[in-house]
Design a protein around this ligand. Structure first.
Ligand code: AMP
Length: 206
């Protein structure tokens, strides 16, 4: 099954993609993770996108589409995949339609104020890529999964969060209409617990 997870930053796409990838045994393709990995490793791509990520802007479509196209051509994507954070613009969606045919786009719909709360309490582990919320951590500096040092992602800082939400409304939200017109959009209320929202996602995928 070829699935797109749509939703504002902080809507839970990454968390649910991680659960789905285990349950459905298909890979999670997160463009954000790909960019952060390159940043961490100091690759030419990493240097190219460093400032863009820090400012909460979008990496140019040509760069992002080329990366995804290459990734989806790998053998592990043959039986399907979960796209987390891509597409993020109509242009990216149109390009994706030229080289693949997705089955459905699941929108995780979360209230804006809940999103700001979630993002400002979010902590990231650069060692294992885990994301956690301070409300669930006994020690807000230590990764509960691998013991690594937790950080606040540069793009989870307040000014960047505001810019990411603005970019979402302006450039990414129009995708909802795009997939609705194709009859592929499924919307899930993302305001419950992780377990509740995940159960709703599984239901719409059936
Ligand atoms: P994420 O972890 O999905 O929130 O992505 C983190 C950052 O990576 C975004 O704020 C963008 O700067 C960049 N990024 C991720 N996915 C895309 C995409 N599909 N198109 C453009 N930029 C992206």
């Amino acid at each position: 099954m070829k699935i797109i997870l749509l939703g504002a930053p902080g809507s839970g796409k990454g968390t649910h993609a991680q659960q789905l990838t285990k349950q459905l045994n298909i890979p999670q393709i997160s463009t954000g993770d790909i960019f952060r990995k390159n940043l961490k490793e100091g690759t030419p791509l990493g240097l190219q996108v460093k400032d863009i990520l820090a400012q909460g802007k979008l990496v140019p479509d040509e760069i992002t589409v080329a990366i995804v196209k290459d990734r989806l051509a790998e053998p592990d994507c043959a039986n399907g995949y979960i796209l987390d954070g891509f597409p993020r613009s109509i242009k990216q969606a149109e390009e994706l339609d030229k080289f693949d045919n997705i089955d459905c786009a699941v929108e995780i719909d979360v209230d804006k104020d809940a999103i700001v709360r979630r993002l400002s309490g979010r902590r990231f582990c650069p060692d294992c890529n885990g994301t956690f919320h301070i409300s669930t951590l006994s020690d807000a500096t230590k990764c509960p999964a691998c013991g690594g040092k937790l950080i606040v992602r540069e793009d989870d800082k307040e000014a960047t969060v505001k810019e990411r939400l603005r970019v979402y409304d302006e450039t990414t939200a129009p995708l909802l209409q795009y997939y609705k017109a194709q009859g592929k959009l499924k919307t899930v209320d993302g305001n419950g617990t992780i377990e509740e929202v995940y159960a709703k996602i599984l239901k719409v995928l059936q």
